[in-house]
Each structure stands twice: as C-alpha cells, then as structure tokens.
Design a protein around this ligand. Structure first.
Ligand code: CMC
Length: 393
C-alpha cells in the first residue's frame, strides 16, 4: 500500500497536462487556445472554434473552407444505424437514445487505428462532429413520430440542424437565420471547458485504447446528469415549478435548507467563484434573441431575471459564491428557438463533442499518456476468514 492523496471530487488533482482551454475561476476568465471566449463569441463561428480547439490555431480561409467541406461530407448516417431508433420506445429520453446510438457508431466505423494513424484520427474527429446533429435530430423525430429528415449540405452547420429538426416532407421550411446564429453562439460557449466530468470521462475511457466513438458515448452519459449538462433541462423544469415570482422566496428557502435536496439549478460552479463568463454572454444574448424573435415578454425570462436578482442579493448565495452558470439562461434561449426541453442536454452534447474530441486527440498524441487508474483509501474490513453458511448467525 502506498500513500495516496484523498481528493473526493478531484477538487485539487490535475489529471493531465492540457493546452486547450484555460479557466481562471477567480477572475471569471475562459480562454480557448489563448483566445478569450468573449472575442470568439463575438467574431468567430462554431466550426472555426471547433478547428481551433482541435488543431490549436485559427485556420486560414482556405483551411477553414476545407474543414467545413469535410464536416459536410460526413453528415449522413448509415441507413442501418437510423433503424436503431425504431427499437426505442416513443417516450425514451433523447439522451438515452444518444448514449446508445453514439456508442453504436463504433460498430459501423472501426476507427481503431485512429489511435496510431493521424489520418484516421482526423476522419474520426470530422465524422463525430458531423454526425452528432444528425443523430440528435433523428432522436427528436423519433420521439414525435415524424420521418427523419436527411441533412442538406448546402446549409450551414446550425441551419442544417434546424432543418433536420423542424422540416417535414409535406411542407417547405427554411431555417431562421436568427435562430441559426443564436445556436451557433451557444455552441461556441459550450464547446469546451477543460477537465469537466464528461471530458474527464472521455479521457479515462479513451486512455484504455477503446474505440473513440465508445469513448465519446461515455462522455454523453456523464453529461446527462443534472449536476452537469442536464442542468439546462433542470433549470426550465425548476422555473416551471416555481411558476410565479411570488413563489421565489419559498424556493430560495428550500435551496438553502441542507435537509432539502432542492438546489437552485443553473447556480454554482466548481471552478468559477466570481461569475461564469459564459453566463454573462448568454444573459445578454438571451435578451437580444428573444427580442429578435418577438418573444421578449416570455414570462419565464422575467421569472429567471427576478430569481437571479433575488439570489444574488441573498446572504447564503453571496457567502457561498454561487452565481448563475452557463446553463441558467441557455434553456430559455433553446425554448425560444422551439427546441423541446428534453432536447436541451442533447444540444449541449453536440457542442461539447468538439471539446471531447479535442481532448481525446491531445491525449493520444501525448507521449506521457498512460491508462487512467485512480487509487483509493481502503476503509473496509482487514483480512478475515470465510464463515461457511451453516455456521453464520
Ligand atoms: N443551490 C443551493 N446550494 C448550492 C448550490 C445550488 N445550486 N450549489 C452549491 N450549493 C451549496 C452546497 O449545498 C454546498 O453547501 P455546504 O458548503 O453548506 O455543504 C456549497 O454550496 C458548495 O457546493 P458543492 O456541491 O460542494 O460544490 P461543487 O463544486 O461540488 O458543485 C455544482 C458544483 C455545479 C455541481 C453545484 O453548484 C450544483 O449542483 N449546481 C446546480 C446544478 C448546476 O447548475 N449544474 C451546472 C454546472 S455548469 C455547467 C456544467 O458543468 O455542465
């Protein structure tokens, strides 16, 4: 037995070296490859950010064009894979379908050599980024009993997603550019966040040399929980449950009560202790998007703003440094875009796939990579002798 550091929740353990994303929780700073999130949110696009996160530098115009073409080339799903959806019950949670179907990509694309072959690594990376919206849309269409819509590659990444979600064969539909732009921005903000639970899961699974699609499916599973990506769905459920501004004090008391499991969803963060810079951008964007979509009077937005205001002036939340996180306002925007609540975490998964992939690429390219294998502090019985069944009390 060696001497191990006990660090539940890994609050002070660096599990790897990484050059992808930098967070300063005290300053509320987030950088992707050195570029501030605020600048990327304002000037970049999701696919450009994807390239940056994976390859480390902003692409030239020509490189970006080539990258986009490669992503478009891979948007289709194998028809047999589409048939998987028919096996799911109509009320299956979309994240449940995602965990299964994303993992099943490993049965179609045996990119095992991706571990060693850089060309195959790129094919895997482009494939998974391209196919996530198609899988997500198929999960949605299955849940509402509509036919799947094939991707249309003349559309951009987010417009294509909206098309696959909302087109029906009987009617012409053109994706709203305002909605596509809002989605693109949300995806930039969600693309990576260093060693969060799902990314660490992808790294741990990937460190065993498993098929990379299977490692990404592990990330989808970890993201689903309400303490992580599931929070955006939980925020909407919570706002609906609170229902009215007059009920806020009652729910704040519940959140403060240690004996009550209720927490203010969309509040608090393991790393950010002053504010979450993504929440600041999303908050502003939420007002703009709702206005442009003519939905600025959404009572949920009013309720969210009032809840935020009251909580930020409450001693409990101030003392514990609990601020709105990225998920507090994202759900309100998704709702305004017509995305159903059960799909919110799926949206997060589409964006975070880029971060998972970037970390997987970084990990397998690292000569210091070893299988992830945490130790434990054993607190059970010391050695004792087996007691046969007829002699037990
Ligand atoms: N409402 C009420 N109390 C809270 C909340 C909250 N949302 N978050 C933390 N606390 C309290 C908690 O009870 C604890 O109190 P005490 O010191 O008396 O035991 C203290 O604040 C510290 O909380 P913690 O759970 O030890 O902190 P953590 O770093 O382990 O957890 C968190 C971080 C994000 C899981 C947590 O703040 C939380 O559950 N928030 C609500 C869920 C949520 O919004 N998650 C999304 C996170 S951001 C996006 C993402 O990661 O996907």
């Amino acid at each position: 037995q060696g001497v191990f550091t006990y660090d539940p929740g890994f609050t002070s353990t660096a599990s790897c070296k990484s050059a992808i994303t930098y967070i300063d929780g005290e300053k509320g700073q987030l950088l992707y490859r050195g570029y501030p999130i605020e600048q990327l949110a304002e000037q970049s696009s999701f696919l450009e950010v994807s390239y940056l996160l994976m390859y480390g530098e902003l692409p030239s115009r020509e490189t970006l064009e080539g990258f986009k073409q490669s992503i478009l080339y891979h948007t289709m799903l194998n028809e047999s894979l589409l048939r998987f959806f028919n096996g799911f019950h109509y009320d299956a949670h979309p994240m449940a379908m995602m965990t299964g179907v994303v993992g099943s990509l490993s049965a179609f694309y045996h990119d095992q050599n991706a571990m060693r072959d850089p060309e195959q690594r790129d094919v895997f990376a482009h494939r998974i980024i391209a196919k996530m919206p198609t899988i997500a849309a198929a999960a949605y269409k299955h849940s509402i009993g509509q036919p799947f819509m094939y991707p249309q590659n003349h559309l951009g990444y987010c417009s294509n997603l909206l098309h696959m979600f909302f087109s029906v064969p009987a009617e012409a539909y053109s994706p709203d550019p305002v909605a596509a732009e809002a989605l693109d921005l949300l995806f930039i903000l969600h693309a990576d966040h260093e060693q969060n639970a799902s990314t660490s899961t992808v790294r741990l699974a990937g460190s065993t040399g498993t098929n990379p699609y299977a490692a990404i499916a592990a990330g989808v599973t970890a993201l689903w929980g309400p303490a992580h990506g599931g929070a955006n769905e939980a925020v909407l459920d919570m706002l609906n449950e609170i229902g009215d501004v007059k009920n806020i004090p009652k729910y704040l008391e519940k959140a403060k009560d240690r004996n009550d499991p209720f927490r203010l969803m969309g509040f608090g963060h393991r790393v950010y202790k002053n504010y979450d810079p993504r929440a600041k951008i999303i908050r502003e964007m939420c007002h703009k998007v709702l206005k442009r979509l003519g939905k600025e009077n959404d009572p949920l937005l009013e309720l969210a703003m009032e809840l935020e205001h009251i909580a930020l002036n409450d001693d409990y939340f101030v003392e514990k440094k609990l601020y709105p996180n990225v998920d507090f306002y994202s759900g309100i925007i998704y709702k305004a875009l017509g995305i159903p609540v059960s799909m919110f975490t799926v949206m997060f998964a589409i964006a975070r796939t880029v971060g998972w992939t970037a970390h997987w690429l970084e990990m397998i390219g690292d000569p210091a990579m070893r299988i992830g294998r945490p130790r434990q502090l054993y607190v059970g019985e010391t050695q004792r002798d087996y007691v046969p069944l007829d002699r037990r009390k």
